[in-house]
Structures are given as C-alpha cells and as structure tokens.
Write a protein that binds this ligand. Sequence first.
Ligand code: EPU
Length: 339
Amino acid sequence: MEIKRDYDLTGLNTLAVVAKAKFFVVLEKASDIVELFSRSEFKGNKRFFLGGGSNVLFLNDFDGIVVQNKLKGIDIISEDDVSVRVKMMGGEDWHEAVLFCVNKNYWGIENLSLVPGSVGAAPIQNIGAYGTELKDTLESVEVYDVESGEKRILALSECKFGYRDSIFKNSAKGKCLISAINLKLSKIPKPNISYKILKDYLEKNNISSPSLKEISDAVCQIRRSKLPDPKVIPNAGSFFKNLLVDSAVIGSLKEKYPDMPTFKDDSGVTKISTAWLIEQCGWKGKREGRVGMHERQALVLVNYGGATGEEIIAFAKKIIASVEEKFKLAIVPEVNIIE
Ligand code: EPU
C-alpha cells in the first residue's frame, strides 16, 4: 500500500473540479485497512473517504488524506426459495453490482440502475431513484471505526436512513470506513413501477408486465435521456435535494402555483420538485462562465470545463438566493461539499 503525496483528484470527482490531496491512498485488500489505520499520515490528518467521486465538491485542495476504497467482491451469503442475502464490498461500482443482481434475477435494486458511484458510497446518502431507496433492501452496513480500528456491523435501524440522509452524513460522519453492505433481495418478482415517469415509459413501449431486465433497461434509458454523462459534461447528478415541506406550506404554495409538482414518498412526507423551482426562476439551461444548470434537468449543475470549486459554489449560491426570493423556500445542496 503506497501513500502518495500532492495527488491530483481532478479525474476522481465527476464534477472534474481541479483539486489536490496532501495524501492519497487506495485500499485494495482487507489488510490495507489495518495498515492504513496505523500510519501517521492517517492518524495525524483529516480524512476523506472517496467512492466514485460522483457526489462530492472539493472547494479547495484537501489538506489531509483522501482514501479511495477499491475493496472488491460480491458474494451470496445465504438463500432460500424466495430470497437471497448478498454481500457487496464497498469498492464495487454500484451499477455493476445492480447488473450482477439483474442477471441473477434478484429483485429489489433494479430501479437504482445507473446511479453513479460506488457501493460503499450508496448508504451515505441512501441513494434513491424511481420510487426505490437503498434502505428498502439493505439489512446492514459493515464499517471500521477509524479511531479504534474495530469492525462493526450496523443494522438497518442503526443507519437512521431518511431521504438522501443517514447516520453517515451526521453523527458517524468521518468516523467510519464503510467496507461492505448486505442486502436482502427477492427471487420472486417484485416490480416497483409506480413512479410516474417509469410507468409512462413502460406504457409507451407497450411493456405491460415487465421483467427485471426490462425495468433496469427502462431506468437506464430514462436516465440517459435526461441526465448528462459526467464523462462528456462533468456533473454530480442532482446538485440539490428535493424539498421536504409541511402540508400548510404546500397548501399555500399550491394555491399560488397550481402546477407545482409535489410527490408523496412511502413515509407519507411530501416533497416539492426543486428542479421545478429552479426552472421557474429561469435557471434551466442557463450558463454563467464555466458553470451552468443542465438544459434537460434543472437539478443538475454542470461544469463546462475547468470550473473551480469556488466558481461552482458561487453559482449554486445565486440559485439558492433566487429560489429564496421568489418562493421563500431554502433549497439545500445534495452533494457533499468538502472544505
Ligand atoms: N422537473 C422540472 N424541471 C426539470 C426536471 C424535472 O420541473 O428540469 C419536474 C417535473 O415535474 C418532473 C419532476 O420534476 O416530473 C421529477 O423529475 P425527475 O423524475 O427527473 O426527478 P427529480 O425529482 O428531479 C430525483 C432524484 C434523482 C432521481 C430522480 C428519479 C433527488 C435530489 N434527485 O430527481 O436522483 O434520479 O428523482 O427518481 O432526489 C441524484 O440523486 O443524483 C439523482 C439524479
């Protein structure tokens, strides 16, 4: 295991922001974790665990150690006639892991096809798309405590999952390395096609009882049609979260803006579409210098080339201010902003 100095992170974050890490290391095998925790570069510095780099904004060079998890492996732990438990190591690519399950006919994460990033990053923001969240199939998360080096298994309830939220964004932030996740998937078909855009797509393509692969393919098609490929135009997916609001606020906004899209999630909470709010403020497709909001998805902030973290955050602050001015609503970034 080699700890590198002054390492260029530009190719390791999908927003392609130019930033360097004082120290950088890749974990490739379990013994690397033990070794890392004993190293002075790790013990004496601030740390950041990097996955696929698809949800991160480096504001400056990182004055500490960046650890990239590349621990690989997908294993079936147990199974019966109806379900299967799958352990996925944190360094696996999320979409590849979804395809593994789709090809084996294991139901539960197909709506999360093509979500960028790594398996180890998935629980941090409880990735979600097209009516499914990671928490719906997750049983536990395996972590190492960075202070004691001890391995712990956090059960679903301990992870405190919410919309784009978990313990890993709050009290456990920076305190543990996520080494693996354990999912319980179904061998019996369990299609979740209630999300309107997915349902409409399947209907339009005359797919009435979709197979697992057809759902995964449909999700990929929808995503490709509106979300820019970071390899072509650097971006971090949704830059902002949708807004969770109480019913009184929704009621008065709906009176003023009857077309405002709102969604109820499975816990009964209503979300306002932040993309719509941003679009109403005239930011969809708008570019300022090297930064802009994408023309097909107003939640996706893009770097047209060479933008710094400071430029991106300055642009994002303008959007926050204009949504605040027009709607009196405070939208919040979804990306992890690293100072
Ligand atoms: N909409 C607009 N303008 C736009 C885009 C969308 O008004 O430019 C409105 C439309 O009414 C549309 C609705 O928003 O029907 C929902 O749009 P979409 O299905 O694209 O979903 P989203 O709410 O904008 C969220 C997630 C995405 C996820 C999709 C699909 C967040 C922050 N984002 O976006 O996740 O793929 O739902 O489930 O929750 C990501 O996290 O990086 C991400 C892409």
